[in-house]
Ligand binder design. Structure first.
Ligand SMILES: Nc1ncnc2c1ncn2[C@@H]1O[C@H](COP(=O)(O)OP(=O)(O)OP(=O)(O)O)[C@@H](O)[C@H]1O
Ligand SMILES: [Mg+2]
Length: 757
């Protein structure tokens, strides 16, 4: 019952019905009352007017009798008129309030109190009011049986006809002579009124009922039921069941509302689907992102975690973060989740724990707060990126750097790290001290060029940037001495900076040993050339001998020598002595140890000098020499003395090969021939020594430059000539190759870089 009342109180339908019913009831009620009242007023007005007319009729009817003072006539007239059923009483009062005539004869001459009843109408004021409107002269009263009556009082005024009549006693100054009082019953009127009231009430009730029913039906059909359908639909939408069409298909406001709800439902469905997709996407991301994600409460209890986390740690339900990650029983000291709960911000930290397999693991941890709609932090999300491999790499890198440092500092040799633009020494190893005598720190931030001689620095500046290897360079040491070094240059990167990694190797000792070897080679060559040189020297000596013999015979015979002859002979002797001493000087120079330094060299000159020592030997063997020297040959950087030895070695080999090839054979013009050719192309200078000897069989082509490789008989060759030559050419930055030429002989091709390239 209470529930019904409650639902009624909160029912829109009941409210509408109550409001409409009340309004209708009040309206119809008010209308009916107004109607009844108006009707009553009208009836009363009619009664009044009728009464007034009756009064006038009585007054006029009795006027004549009064003029004649015929009391019987007056009484008769009154009696006649009062026979009408609705008339209760007709009285005529004199001025003193005495009933002079009455339709009830027993009342005649009865004195009434003028303060009471009808008299009071005029006598309530002193002096009494003479003229009163009809409304004031009427009264309604009820008798003992409850019947209502209407009394109308009309004063009887003194008229001239009255005061002047001889029969009369009324003085002229008397204005009112008495009053006519008519009392009519209101029983009929009251009956009529009650009837009318009943009819009106009945009609009002009928109208009320019909209208109320109509409103009830309309509200039920047009409002209540559609709204119920809308409510049902809306509730279903709330539960996620979306309708296929609007709940109400009408064109009024409720139809509009139904369409709006249907549209809203469609939009909600679309949004919902989109939300689902987004949620799936993020869920997918959450699950498959390759990092560990957990959601934790204030007590570090795991509320949620992604698949990666589950696969790695397989936590028990309700597990704690510190336990799952580190197997600990209490929270970590520096916990980013705790900080996030405290200040609502993201925090980062690096944590170390155990991976799923129990091995050490490192994580980069990031946290973020999760808030409820009121902005309160209800959870914290923790993302851990596994950086174990990175850390291991870092450790390996650190170790490798330490290793590199150890190697860098302990390799036997000087290593420099240079700025490729300025050639400033950015770093150098401990090895620089034993090589250069400088402490490591002293060389840092100085120019690498300062290790070269001042005059050569410009030259080296270019070569350091372009050549990967400089075979031989001269460097200064801290004590002002000099050393020879091989420089190896390789571009590298240190961090983000391009650098040149330069390794210098002290080759001074090696060069000295080589020098000794070369010297030995030279001695061998000198020995080799001894016969030839003896022949060379023989010629000037025999010229001098002949001249001396001639002069001796003349002196012995006592025959004078003509001056011209003497002059010519001394001239010739002088010439031959010069020639012999030239040969001896050349031999001495060649045999001399010589300098190790490189210098700008003209290859044509060195080649010609080497040949000078040799020309006679070749001539004796009838070996022709072709010269094809380029006149504009650029200079090269080399050691002239050593190069001369190279060319002599090549000429000796060519001579031997030609001897071997033509020994015991017929030969003609040009068959025994050595061709010496020089030329240059771009940045290279070439020297070619070709012969018409035995040529080089393919099987020994690769072994030509090996030390002690010889095909000559024991005692004839040591197998060092080409090997030493190879080293000499290489230290000048050049190369030497040997192959069989188109004449069947051998060609040795030497290439040198042009000076300054
Ligand atoms: N012009 C050439 N023609 C053919 N073979 C040559 C020629 N030059 C060198 N060879 C071959 O190369 C070998 C090595 O020459 P290399 O000059 O090094 O030593 P060698 O001449 O035998 O002895 P050494 O020069 O020490 O007296 C020679 O034994 C020879 O077989
Ligand atoms: Mg040789």
């Amino acid at each position: 019952m209470r529930e019904t009342l409650f639902s009624l109180r909160h029912s829109l339908f009941a409210k509408i019905m109550f409001a409409a019913g009340t309004m209708l009831l009040l309206g119809i009620g008010a209308l009916s009352m107004l109607n009844v009242r108006t009707q009553n007023d009208l009836l009363m007005d009619n009664i009044l007017a009728g009464g007034d007319r009756l009064m006038n009729t009585i007054r006029l009817g009795t006027h004549y009798a009064m003029m004649l003072n015929s009391r019987d006539d007056i009484a008769q007239i009154i009696a006649n008129i009062s026979r009408q059923p609705e008339i209760r009483n007709i009285r005529i009062y004199n001025k003193a309030g005495q009933v002079k005539f009455s339709s009830h004869p027993d009342e005649v001459d009865r004195q009434t109190n003028i303060r009471h009843e009808a008299c009071n109408i005029c006598h309530r004021t002193e002096p009494p009011r003479l003229r009163l409107p009809l409304a004031d002269r009427t009264r309604i009263f009820t008798d003992n049986q409850g019947q209502r009556f209407l009394g109308i009082l009309s004063p009887i005024y003194n008229e001239p006809s009255c005061s002047e009549a001889s029969c009369h006693v009324h003085p002229a100054d008397k204005q009112v002579l008495g009053a006519l009082d008519l009392v009519v019953s209101l029983a009929d009127v009251d009956r009529e009124m009650v009837l009318y009231e009943q009819k009106t009430t009945g009609l009002a009730a009928a109208v009320f009922m019909i209208t109320a029913l109509a409103i009830f039906g309309s509200v039920l059909v047009f409002v209540n039921r559609p709204i119920k359908r809308l409510i049902t639909d809306t509730r279903r939408i709330g539960r996620g069941v979306h309708p296929d069409r609007p709940a109400v298909t009408r064109e009024d406001e409720i139809g509009e509302l139904a369409r709006a709800i249907f549209q809203m439902s469609n939009e909600i469905r679309a949004k919902h689907n989109e939300l689902h997709r987004e949620k799936d996407k993020y869920q997918n991301l959450f699950e498959h992102v390759p990092c560990l994600i957990t959601v934790q409460d204030r007590n570090f209890r795991l509320l949620d975690y992604n698949r990666e986390f589950k696969d790695t740690f397989d936590p028990v339900p309700g597990d704690f973060c510190f336990h799952a990650y580190k197997g600990k029983g209490i929270k970590c000291r520096n916990c980013p989740v705790e900080k996030t709960f405290r200040d609502g911000r993201s925090h980062y930290s690096e944590e170390t724990g155990y991976a799923g397999d129990g091995s050490d693991a490192h994580w980069l941890v990031t946290t973020a707060p999760i808030r409820n709609p009121d902005g309160q932090i209800v959870a914290a999300m923790e993302m851990c990126l596994d950086i174990t491999s990175l850390r291991r790499l870092e450790e390996r890198l650190k170790l490798s750097e330490q290793k590199y440092r150890t190697i860098f500092n302990n390799v036997p040799g000087a290593i420099f790290v240079l700025d490729p633009d300025t050639l400033t020494i950015l770093d150098c190893n401990e090895g620089v001290t034993p090589v250069y005598g400088y402490p490591r720190q002293e060389l840092r931030n100085t120019s690498f060029l300062s290790l070269f001689r001042d005059s050569e620095q410009r030259d080296w500046q270019n070569r350091l940037r372009t050549s990967p290897v400089i075979e031989q360079a001269r460097h200064r040491t801290a004590d002002g001495g000099r050393i020879f070094v091989t420089i190896r240059i390789s571009p590298a990167r240190e961090g983000k900076q391009d650098v040149l990694l330069v390794i210098t190797t002290d080759i001074t000792k090696r060069l000295e040993v080589e020098q000794q070897l070369i010297q030995a080679g030279k001695m061998a060559t000198l020995g080799e050339m001894a016969t030839g040189v003896a022949h060379e020297l023989n010629q000037p000596l025999s010229v001098i001998k002949t001249a001396a013999g001639f002069l001796k015979r003349r002196v012995r015979d006592g025959r004078p020598v003509p001056d011209t002859t003497l002059a010519a002979m001394t001239e010739e002797i002088d010439l031959q002595v010069d020639r012999a001493s030239g040969i001896i000087t050349h031999m001495r120079d060649f045999g001399h140890k010589g300098r190790i330094e490189m210098e700008p060299v003209r290859l044509n000159t060195v080649l010609t000098r080497a040949f000078d020592l040799f020309s006679r030997q070749l001539r004796l063997r009838e070996i022709e020499v072709d010269w094809e020297l380029s006149a504009e040959l650029p200079m090269v950087r080399a050691n002239a003395g050593r190069l001369e030895q190279v060319f002599i070695n090549l000429l000796i080999n060519a001579r031997d090969a030609i001897d071997a090839a033509w020994d015991g054979r017929e030969y003609g013009q040009g068959d025994k021939r050595i061709t010496l050719r020089t030329f240059h192309q771009k940045t290279l200078v070439f020297v070619e020594v070709s012969d018409t000897g035995t040529g080089i069989p393919p099987e020994i082509e690769d072994r030509l430059f090996e030390p002690f490789f010889t095909t000559k008989e024991v005692g004839k060759g040591t197998g060092l000539g080409l090997s030493i030559s190879y080293g000499i050419v290489e230290e000048s930055g050049g190369t030497i190759t040997g192959f069989t030429n188109r004449f069947g002989g051998a060609t040795f091709l030497l290439k040198f870089p042009v000076l300054g390239s």
